[in-house]
Design a binder for this molecule. Structure first.
Ligand code: DAH
Length: 355
């Protein structure tokens, strides 16, 4: 067959080539354009041609090669479209690619754990507003009118009516609550004993932000009011809480203290979980760390909330969630809890608690 006939045959073959699978496309490419393909071979034979004929045939050869290449691309793209409809070849045994998952904030994990521990001994959760009035945050809790905690230095007041002072206009003053003890008042005002409740939430204080202090943090308040509630029950509850939260070897001790809303009042220390009580930087070499305040609800507070102190007594306690988290996670800088740096948050995929 002359070269020109072979070109014509191949042109026809290229024009009517079909392929239904990627294999067939590849077979077409190899048969035409591969190292031993028909078109390639034709170019070998073409080397023998000389003179005027070479020029003429050369153009057709190049044309043939181009159409073979184009046809290959058409066939390949056609298969691609079909593959999308029927679906690509899937390896169903391949491991799934994992999506990054979020994690709960360490403060949330610790708060949930505190709620769980108290739930086991019958405490239910109650909430109150973060914007609070003077009555619930201070007055009903027996804070004298000139108590320093009411001071502008500590409390973020909310100006509802900018202009002359609230007192002048007779507008009740609102503030961001400085502690979750305000929820105690709301619960006692709205229910009758027995009351067993805990109130987790955000609190605010006008403090300069540093590694050791923040203007917002979290507290959990607990309140138990019933007939005959004693200080011994408070102590038993504290011991139960500390051991459930930090492990069976943890010891607690109480130091006399003062809070306007409890009498007697105490500060609760726990044997340092970091050094086991030997002494370290966290416990300032004392072997003890302070974890909360507590006491017997002052009879005046019960009266303020409509509960008869002749019939009922109660205990209350309040702790900082960041403080508890610090002792569990050993994160010394409080600011980290608020920065929401994913590199920090990523590390808290599960709570290190035993169930
Ligand atoms: N409200 C106190 C504070 O913010 C904490 C506290 C102390 C709460 C003693 C209590 C308590 O219920 O009995 O510092």
């Amino acid at each position: 067959m002359s070269l020109i006939d072979r070109i014509a045959t191949l042109e026809a073959e290229v024009a009517k080539a079909q392929a239904r699978t990627a294999d067939e496309v590849e077979r077409f490419r190899v048969a035409m354009l591969g190292r031993n393909g028909a078109v390639t071979e034709l170019f070998e034979a073409f080397k023998q041609v000389a003179g005027e004929e070479k020029k003429l045939l050369g153009q057709r050869m190049n044309q043939l090669k181009r159409s073979a290449q184009e046809r290959f691309e058409e066939l390949r793209d056609g298969i691609k479209g079909a593959a999308e409809v029927t679906g690509p070849a899937i390896d169903y045994t391949a491991p799934a690619s994992t999506e990054p998952v979020g994690s709960l904030h360490p403060i949330t994990l610790v708060r949930q754990r505190i709620v769980e521990v108290f739930a086991r001994i019958g405490f239910t959760v109650s909430n109150g507003p973060e914007v609070e009035d003077d009555h619930h945050n201070f007055s009903a809790l027996n804070f004298p009118p000139d108590h320093p905690a009411r001071d502008m230095q500590d409390t973020f007041f909310i100006d509802l009516n900018p202009g002359p002072s609230h007192e002048e206009k007779g507008v009740a003053q609102l503030a961001l609550r400085t502690h979750t003890s305000s929820v105690q008042v709301r619960v006692m005002e709205n229910s009758t004993p027995p009351i067993r409740t805990i109130s987790p939430g955000r609190v605010y204080r006008n403090e300069a932000i540093s590694a050791r202090a923040h203007c917002m943090f979290h507290q959990v308040e607990a309140l138990y009011v019933d007939k005959g509630v004693s200080f011994a029950e408070l102590k038993g509850t504290l011991d139960y809480f500390a051991k459930s939260m930090f492990g069976p070897d943890v010891q607690i001790r109480l130091r006399p203290s003062y809070f306007p809303f409890t009498e007697p009042s105490a500060e609760v220390d726990m044997s340092c979980t970091i050094c086991g009580g030997v002494g370290c930087a966290v416990c300032k070499q004392s072997g003890w760390v302070e974890i909360m305040g507590c006491g017997m609800v002052d009879p005046a507070v019960l009266v303020n909330c409509g509960i008869d102190p002749e019939v009922y007594s109660g205990f209350a306690l309040g702790m900082g969630v960041e403080r508890v988290a610090q002792l569990i996670y050993r994160v010394p800088d409080l600011r980290l809890y608020w920065e929401n740096d994913v590199r920090f948050l990523d590390q808290f995929t599960a709570a290190p608690f035993r169930s």
